[in-house]
Design a protein around this ligand. Structure first.
Ligand code: ADP
Length: 235
């Protein structure tokens, strides 16, 4: 990703088209979507149910491919990759934070956080050091051996964030990261995302329904009927 000219946005959608077939009918979600997100940005994506937020996130994650158009992240052209290349790319280049944490209940906090590191050429000793470091960063030092089922929602989400950053990706995708949390835990998680953006330079794209959550981002993109409308700077 380092061979990219600095004036090229980190994330680029050009003329992206995406639709589904449902009950024999073609449904268009995006007809001609452009998107530029510079490296180091923290973007909240809001919009009514059905406006395409999940579809956008899935295309960014390389889980779904566009019907037409270009999707580039750094030097990688996701739209030109096959499914297995996209999933390998995803495993090495982004962290994903889910609404319901997606932790494996039979693994401890440390073992959950270690998972993305198992895909990398990292020694067991180095894995242990990195796991300790990221759990410390999210305020969970000493909880390594705890199982997710014994943790609060806020703590589980912090384990989810630690797992997302364990392999040190440049990009974090967050899908309603505070949707299952009370206000206080939500604010803690959002403060953590801000810190990751401002101190560690992570580029963050966060889908959220919550205007208070969106305020933590640098800017908010509103999706409506397959288009971005009324972009407001929030910080
Ligand atoms: P949001 O996340 O904003 O609620 P989605 O991206 O989930 O929106 O969905 C956008 C539209 O695409 C909705 O009308 C939804 O019903 C439709 N859609 C999403 N995924 C599929 C699919 N796999 N098959 C058919 N229609 C889908």
């Amino acid at each position: 990703m380092s061979d990219q000219p600095t004036d090229t946005p980190f994330i680029r959608f050009r003329h992206v088209k995406k639709g589904y077939r449902f009950a024999g009918e073609a449904i268009s979600i995006f007809d001609d979507l452009d998107l530029d997100i510079p490296r180091g940005d923290f973007v909240a994506v809001m919009g009514p149910s059905g406006s395409g937020k999940s579809t956008l996130l899935n295309m960014l994650a390389g889980v779904e491919s566009p019907d037409a158009g270009e999707i580039a992240i750094g030097a990688a052209r996701l739209d030109l990759m096959g499914e297995s290349a996209r999933s390998a790319w995803r495993a090495h280049n982004m962290g994903i934070v889910f609404q319901f944490y997606n932790l494996l209940p039979m693994l401890t906090a440390a073992e959950n956080v270690e998972l993305p590191l198992l895909l990398k050429p990292v020694s067991a000793k180095e894995r242990c050091i990195r796991v300790g470091k990221v759990l410390d960063l999210v305020g969970l030092a000493g909880r390594e051996r705890q199982y997710p089922g014994l943790m609060s929602g806020g703590q589980q989400q912090r384990v989810g964030i630690a797992r997302a950053i364990a392999a040190d990706p440049d990009l974090l995708l967050c899908d309603e990261p505070t949707g299952d949390l009370d206000r206080k835990s939500a604010d803690d998680v959002l403060a953590m995302l801000r810190l990751l953006n401002r101190e560690l330079g992570k580029t963050i794209v966060m889908v959220t329904h919550d205007p208070q959550a969106a305020r933590h981002a640098r800017r908010t993109l509103h999706l409506d009927k397959g288009r971005f409308v009324d972009e407001r700077e929030t910080a």
